[in-house]
Design a protein around this ligand. Structure first.
Ligand SMILES: NC(=O)c1ccc[n+]([C@@H]2O[C@H](COP(=O)([O-])OP(=O)(O)OC[C@H]3O[C@@H](n4cnc5c(N)ncnc54)[C@H](O)[C@@H]3O)[C@@H](O)[C@H]2O)c1
Length: 338
């Protein structure tokens, strides 16, 4: 099978390229330039990719031309402006990329006869946050207050409208939350920030040590995306799907910083200089029962294993091991878990 991953130079996209290659698939990619030090660069993914295109999905003709030329069997659309803070600084970029960029990909795919399935990646943040404790289900209303969440809810609704109005390519929407794993270089992500400080021998500064967050490993999330594309290829799987972390993975930031410091060793420590001890009120949990029951998907790396694997990855690469080899070994080990 020939897969096209949009956003393959990003964090999830790079892992997805490695995961698909480990399953014997041909992979092409369409995205902007990778960030410096990204997994895409350190694992030299260009060597593994059939067609490696730098295309801005806001450019409709260029997106259509690239996708038609690549002629993939499956499209996994991840390309996005995915950062909440940046969405406040540059809302136009966020809406144009996440909404019209998704439109351009959907339209391009509809003009590419080879495509037999497509999965559009949105997020847990698409749900209207009503502060409920129970996990959000796929049928719950969408919303989103900040520009990022709202743009992804719009992309989600746009996709739902598109497949109803222009049915043809079997399409699914995957909603997952924050993920962790080796090789993330995006700003404002806790584990990379912690490990950066620890590796330089500095104490890490935490803003909200008591804030509770979910800790799902990137491979569990991506395994869900691929369960979905497999289902589409087999004739089921259309519609919206949650791939959330398990209940056990909702853990305070300070506890994760403790585990990380202990596993990292070398006297690693952290402090909370702001004296902030606020619980996070608006945490979104997903109810993934539909994917568990109908796709046979489940999280394989429960907490704290997902954190341990992430730290192992950074430790191994810091010790001079090759990022592609370290990632490939984790993908193999992941495949052996059930
Ligand atoms: N990482 C998370 O925790 C998380 C959580 C929920 C949802 N998501 C979603 O998963 C997807 C991937 O996220 P990520 O964490 O890998 O992000 P990332 O920032 O690491 O990667 C984003 C990718 O999108 C590409 N991209 C951005 N703007 C583009 C444009 N205009 N044209 C073409 N390509 C463009 C980038 O080049 C990069 O390859 C996104 O859709 C994001 O909304 C991520």
């Amino acid at each position: 099978m020939h897969y096209l991953v949009t956003g393959h130079t990003g964090f999830k996209g790079a892992w997805l390229v490695l995961l698909l290659r480990s399953r014997g698939h041909t992979v092409s990619g369409l995205a902007l330039e990778p960030l410096e030090g990204s997994l895409f660069e350190t694992a030299r993914l260009t060597e593994l990719i059939e067609a490696d295109r730098r295309v801005d999905i806001r450019d409709a003709p260029a997106t259509t031309a690239a996708i038609r030329e690549i002629a993939p069997d499956v499209v996994l659309h991840l390309a996005a402006q995915p950062l909440v803070r940046r969405s406040y600084l540059n809302p136009r970029e966020t809406f144009e990329t996440n909404v019209m960029g998704t439109f351009n990909v959907l339209e391009a795919v509809s003009m590419t006869p080879s495509v037999a399935a497509q999965v559009i990646i949105t997020t847990d943040k698409v749900y209207r946050n009503v502060d409920q404790r129970a996990g959000y289900r796929e049928s719950d209303p969408l919303g989103g207050d900040d520009p990022y969440s709202s743009s992804k809810a719009m992309a989600d609704l746009l996709t739902q409208s598109w497949v109803k109005s222009f049915p043809g390519v079997p399409t699914a929407i995957a909603r997952a939350g924050n993920v962790i794993g080796g090789g993330d270089v995006s700003p404002d992500r806790l584990l990379p920030d912690l490990l950066n400080s620890y590796s330089q021998g500095d104490p890490a500064s935490l803003r909200y040590p008591l804030a509770v967050r979910p800790w799902q490993h990137v491979l569990d999330c991506l395994n869900g995306y691929l369960a979905l594309s497999d289902a589409l290829l087999a004739g089921s799987g259309r519609g919206e799907w949650n791939f959330g972390p398990g209940d056990e993975s909702f853990v305070p930031v300070g506890e994760v910083a403790d585990i990380t410091a202990r596993l990292w060793g070398d006297g690693a420590s952290w402090n909370a200089p702001g004296g902030e001890y606020l619980h996070e009120a608006n945490l979104l949990a997903l109810d993934s029962a539909k994917a568990i029951q109908q796709l046979g998907w489940s999280n394989r790396l429960l907490f704290p294993r997902s954190v341990e694997w992430t730290i192992d990855w950074y430790r191994a690469v810091a010790d001079g091991h090759d990022a592609r080899d370290v990632s490939a070994a984790q993908i193999r080990a992941f495949g052996e878990l059930h």
